[in-house]
Design a protein around this ligand. Structure first.
Ligand code: 2PG
Ligand code: MN
Ligand code: MN
Length: 559
């Protein structure tokens, strides 16, 4: 870097060569935990990952993947794909959406911002609609933030408020939706006592209504649109608590998959369709599962499904969800400014990159990796391949998912020798872990392990280097535990299945024939986390990382 200013040019690494082919594998939802029967990774046959762990102690270690290590508010915050891949790709720790929204609400700054002023223009004559995930999971949203926003909006002049809820059961225990709806109903009743006309207007389970991602299945978003905007749904109820209880019972749906419903008045009329002149806020802070609904609410030109009506509204996201598309154009809190990511640096330094996953995780190794920006930095240097995911099923039905297909694409990219970095996300441990199906998750872990083997074999053939890591835990612990780690039993004496991510660290392994002799993990970064991986990878490509990146995990010992 010249003294005159910024340069993309990275300094040469003093010891490590350039031009090696590097396979970068992210196992989604693959943490390290105590081996017992609820640790699906332990129970599953995973010879490849086992051999990495046993093989070379100086080339395998654990890194932090939750809490402050990935920019989350507290050490009780489990990791997730957004913050995990952001850290892996950006090499620095950013205060993430959850934290930025906390700050905006606590300081009141949120109410002074452009986004809030924009929606406020509708408060006099229109309704304020709040759409988002109702739980305290802290991955996509938090109910306490919704509560503060409800209070703040009413104090700032909102007279009529409608909440469109999405039930969780993925980041929190299944069945917990009832309690969250009751809490929200209490708050809305208090607002009504103060003269604010506030009600829940519609709802549905997050995986079946609204929160699809990466354009996997627009039907999911359409179901939400019909209920939230048009006031139409297959189920109609007078109360949301009743809706959630009854639909769980009658349709046997888990919280994640509750079918869409609308709340109606005594005449059977929906209480809160979205109409001209209304304001709408999507209150999730996390990006991936808000991009599609944001497009449907914002884009004049839109052909993904028939919206029937496109109301003239003032729409704001809790955050801006896509930095490249500038979507949505209005937002309540500015997102973390994740810039100068490793992907952008490497492209500027001649590193040709291939990235691949299946649809449900495709954006993780592209969009999240690149700091929540869609698209390429330089299409002549990069190729991103998406393998279509199965849609319309829960992944316990097909736990192998597209692991082999992803690995074969990676293998072909490696053997083609056209790329220096071949990066994949293997979704199985996470996507199947979220279903809570232990048997299926064991199959999933085995499938992911087999995919890793395909990639490592290809790296072996070209004399390359591999880095195998994960973005956060999930499959390694499938049961809710008490403080001392014992499985918690419910009233009927049954274990409580944990569908969510965990607080566990994740493994990182390096190796391959191209790894220079003397490379090993340093032992002076014991607290290392996912953000330390980017500098590590830059070193393995033959470069020094920028000075503001979190330190590399490796050193080169002279033999
Ligand atoms: O499915 C998701 O949206 C989250 C859990 O809420 O999982 P991940 O962070 O692994 O994408
Ligand atoms: Mn993940
Ligand atoms: Mn997950």
């Amino acid at each position: 870097m010249g003294s005159s200013g910024f340069s993309w040019k990275l300094p040469d690494h003093p010891k490590l060569p350039k031009g090696k082919i590097l396979g970068m594998v992210v196992l989604d939802g693959w943490g390290e935990a105590h081996p017992d029967q609820y640790n699906c990774i332990h129970v599953a046959d995973t010879p490849t990952m086992d051999s990495l762990k046993k093989g070379a102690p100086e080339k395998w270690r654990l890194v932090k993947a939750h809490g402050s290590a990935v920019g989350l508010p507290t050490e009780d915050d489990m990791g997730n794909s957004e913050v995990g891949h952001n850290a892996l790709g950006a090499g620095r720790i950013y205060a993430q959406g959850a934290k930025l929204v906390d700050f905006g609400l606590a300081s009141g700054k949120i109410y002074e911002g452009e986004g809030f002023k924009y929606i406020k223009e509708c408060f006099e004559t229109g309704t304020l609609h709040l759409i988002g995930l109702l739980s305290d999971g802290g991955v996509h949203s938090r109910i306490d933030q919704l509560q503060l926003l409800l209070k703040g909006a009413s104090e700032n002049g909102a007279k009529r408020i409608r909440v469109h809820i999405l039930t969780d059961g993925r980041d929190v225990l299944d069945g917990s939706s009832v309690g969250f709806v009751e809490t929200l109903e209490n708050d809305l009743a208090k607002l009504r006592e103060k003269g604010v006309d506030a009600q829940i207007a519609s709802g549905g389970g997050r995986m079946y209504v609204t929160m699809d991602r990466y354009e996997n299945d627009w039907e999911v978003v359409k179901r939400g649109w019909d209920a939230q905007v048009l006031g139409e749904a297959p189920y109609k109820f007078r109360s949301a608590v009743e809706a959630v209880k009854k639909l769980r019972e009658d349709t046997k749906a888990s919280d994640q998959y509750i079918p869409p419903f609308v709340i109606v008045d005594e005449n059977g009329k929906p209480v809160g369709p979205i109409v001209d002149g209304d304001a709408v806020v999507t209150f999730n802070f996390r990006a991936d599962r808000m991009v599609m609904i944001a497009k449907s609410l914002e884009y004049e030109d839109f052909d993904k499904f028939d919206r029937v009506r496109f109301p003239k509204i003032h729409y704001a996201g809790m955050l801006q969800y896509d930095g490249e598309l500038k979507l949505p154009s209005h937002y309540l809190v500015s997102p973390p400014e994740i810039e100068r990511t490793s992907g952008e640096y490497l492209v500027h330094n001649g590193v040709r990159t291939f990235a691949c996953s299946e649809t449900v995780k495709f954006g993780h190794v592209t969009f999240f990796w690149n700091g929540n920006r869609s698209g390429y930095f330089d299409p002549s240097m990069e190729e991103y391949v998406e393998i279509p995911s199965d849609s319309g099923i829960t992944f316990n039905v097909k736990p192998k998912m597209k692991a082999v297909e992803i690995a074969e694409k990676a293998r072909d990219a490696i053997l083609s020798r056209k790329f220096h970095q071949v990066r994949v996300n293997l979704p199985n441990g996470d996507m199947v872990g979220h279903t809570g199906d232990i048997e299926a998750t064991i199959v999933a872990c085995k499938a992911a392990d087999e995919a890793v083997k395909i990639i490592l074999d290809a790296i072996e053939q070209v004399g390359g280097i591999y880095v195998v890591t994960a973005d956060h835990g999930n499959a390694e612990d499938m049961v809710k535990r008490n403080k001392s780690g014992q499985p918690l039993l419910d009233k009927a004496g049954k274990i409580q299945i944990l569908t969510s991510h965990t607080l566990q660290p994740v493994p990182i392994a390096i190796g391959g024939p191209g790894l220079a002799a003397g490379v090993r993990f340093r032992n002076d970064v014991p607290g290392g986390g996912l953000a330390n991986v980017a500098a590590t990878v830059m070193n393995l490509h033959g470069f020094e990382a920028p000075s503001d990146y979190e330190p590399t995990l490796i050193e080169v010992i002279d033999n």
